[in-house]
Design a protein around this ligand. Sequence first.
Ligand SMILES: Cc1cc2nc3c(=O)[nH]c(=O)nc-3n(C[C@H](O)[C@H](O)[C@H](O)COP(=O)(O)OP(=O)(O)OC[C@H]3O[C@@H](n4cnc5c(N)ncnc54)[C@H](O)[C@@H]3O)c2cc1C
Length: 355
Amino acid sequence: MLIRESVPLAPHTTIGLGGPARYFCEIRTEEDVREALALARERNLPLQILGGGSNVVFADAGFPGLVAKMSIGEMAFEPGRGNAVEMTAGAGVDWDEVVAAAVECGLSGIECLSGIPGTVGGTPIQNVGAYGQEIADTLIEVDCLDRAGMMRVTFDREACRFGYRTSRFKKADRDRYVVFAVRLRLRRDVRPVLRYPELAAAVGRRGGIEQGDPPAAVRLVRETVRELRKAKSMLLDPSDPNTRSVGSFFMNPVIPERAFRELVNGWHASGGRGDPPGYPDGGNVKVPAAWLVENAGFGKGYRRGGVGTSSHHALALVNYGGTTGELLALAQDIERLVLERFGIRLEREAVVIPG
Ligand SMILES: Cc1cc2nc3c(=O)[nH]c(=O)nc-3n(C[C@H](O)[C@H](O)[C@H](O)COP(=O)(O)OP(=O)(O)OC[C@H]3O[C@@H](n4cnc5c(N)ncnc54)[C@H](O)[C@@H]3O)c2cc1C
């Protein structure tokens, strides 16, 4: 395994920010992971696992240890029980290639997750989700190496402790496990379920999922999702400067109903028009963070120095040629003003490294 020195990290991220890694290597096998971990321990260096770099922001100073980029490839489909098909993919496989392959085979279960950047190994970390689907819906298990004892472990769905944009890998056990592979259960000959009104309406405009056979319906949903994402600059596109981001920088806050009523009352008392949006979420209310960010004074296309918000989505903080310092200063100001104005503490979805 080749270990390189002083490797710029910005090109390994979608937001294009961050200084160099002191050391950098590519992981293609389990043996490579063990070797990288042993080297880091020997030299007393921190080790950071990197996937597709679509949810990370590295410091301007870079990373003072070894960055190990996951490139474990391969993907396989095996028949399961009934109409189930089990798909196993290595951590380094591009996620959207997996979705494309599944859709090509007429398999349903992950079509709404089309167009999410990054690797397979990154998907369980924050339980990626979009348009009414999340990886937890189809995940069977995750194969990992426990960095603490250098032991292989397999977590089933329950053991991953998935939640909204979170899991044990993101919170309690951050950086403890290296994901090697993910196993999903997909379905053959089953029409997709459309839980997200915006997607259902867009699919309806294109003829609906009842037309044609189930594989055609799965293809239609993938195409529609990609189209919707492109319109919001949520599909990576080198010609679209809005996509130099990590997607949503903040999570949508989920607050008690009482707090939501206070938000509505406070908004009206301050002369706000209409009602703040809120969606029922298991006895609580999910408030779109984009609404909070925009109404705290950071509308779509807001610019400050070399950073700002996407002109299509206020929740995506964009690097327009700035620095991590500028981006984090903007994020802090947004957090402060949302708290002052609405009494809601925003939580970051993006991973800032070093944390
Ligand atoms: C334009 C755009 C749109 C996006 N849209 C969505 C969306 O709709 N829904 C959504 O959920 N996310 C979205 N994201 C965020 C991001 O794409 C996902 O979170 C993705 O799964 C991150 O995967 P990655 O491989 O790029 O991980 P990285 O960004 O490389 O890493 C993220 C974290 O995961 C850890 N990690 C990555 N791989 C491994 C591994 N093999 N083992 C252990 N730890 C690992 C890293 O250490 C880091 O802590 C979007 C991002 C962009 C840029």
